[in-house]
Design a protein around this ligand. Structure first.
Ligand code: ADP
Ligand code: MG
Length: 282
């Protein structure tokens, strides 16, 4: 059976706002040396703001935003929510699409009245790079029937408490990293602001997995913290997968630990209790 000290530690962690699914995960947590964070929705607050509308030449701002919001209507990605909100705030009433496909880490494709709308990264929708290089905002490019019609810019602030949580993890001797599907130009400023040790940007879900495998093969023990559909495989593959409580259900199902109130400080507390419990049990 599970040692009493382990059960007591799990109960203590639960009072601190994190749900550990099994005693074995607690022991794995006490042995990790690297904490890997997804960016969008994990280190950032999950409420991005629409800060720029850049129609292609001869295209209209409202048409661009309305079509993008239609394509994103059924998406649960934080960027999608910001685009839909941005459209509503401008009095637009985007139509619901006839069909919808989400490609994790890339974006969405929707059929609407016989037209195909795609919205996502430059890999899914090649657009003029000039639009993507504006400031540190994340760009979502939009195409209709394969023709680029413009880009939306979204800014996403780091979560409250994130800088303190990263500092505390460093004081515990842990290495920190960002692995993100977003491009380096957006990820690097976030890493710099938080003092995160390393960045891997522009990764598809399967590339996040391959990277985790390589780090583990090099002898590292990883905790992966994520929120999205795109993170689910990596959460399952890391030594310990940790999901944000305000993230997707599939991320929470794939994880070993859930940060119920999405507070990164609860991650620090969980790590501390896990390390203490190891000393008592072993
Ligand atoms: P992260 O790994 O930081 O959480 P994602 O892998 O979810 O980021 O997304 C990576 C990139 O893919 C985004 O920066 C965006 O360009 C694009 N993308 C992903 N999901 C969507 C979506 N629903 N709508 C538009 N673009 C998306
Ligand atoms: Mg994410």
């Amino acid at each position: 059976g599970t040692p009493l000290a382990t059960l007591a530690a799990i109960a203590r962690i639960a009072r601190g706002g994190a749900f550990v699914k099994d005693g074995a995960h607690l022991e794995a947590l006490s042995g990790i040396d690297t904490v890997v964070f997804d960016k969008t929705g994990t280190l950032t607050g999950g409420e991005p703001q629409l800060v720029g509308i850049r129609p292609a030449a001869g295209r209209d701002e409202r048409e661009l935003l309305e079509l993008a919001a239609s394509a994103e209507a059924y998406s649960e990605h934080p960027l999608a929510a910001a685009i839909v909100r941005g459209a509503q705030e401008r009095g637009l009433r985007p139509a619901l699409p006839d069909s919808f496909t989400y490609t994790p880490g890339l974006g969405v494709t929707a059929e609407l009245g016989g037209r195909t709308i795609t919205a996502g990264s430059t890999t899914l929708v090649p657009g003029p790079e000039a639009a993507a290089q504006d400031a540190a905002a994340t760009a979502v490019h939009v195409a209709v029937d394969g023709r680029f019609i413009g880009s939306l810019l979204l800014s996403d602030a780091v979560r409250a408490g994130a800088p303190e949580a990263i500092r505390a993890l460093h004081r515990m001797g842990l290495r920190t990293m960002i692995v993100t599907g977003d491009r380096a130009g957006t990820a690097r400023p976030v890493a710099a602001q938080l003092g995160i040790d390393e960045v891997r940007a522009g990764l598809l879900p399967e590339e996040k997995l391959a990277w985790i495998d390589a780090e583990r093969a090099a002898g590292h023990r990883l905790a992966m913290v994520g929120d999205g559909v795109n993170d689910a495989p990596a959460l399952a593959r890391a030594d310990v997968g940790i999901a944000m409580g305000d993230g997707t259900q599939i991320a929470q199902d794939s994880a070993d630990v859930v940060l119920v109130s999405s507070d990164l400080d609860d991650l620090v507390g969980t790590m501390r209790v896990a390390r203490r419990a190891r000393r008592i049990v072993m």
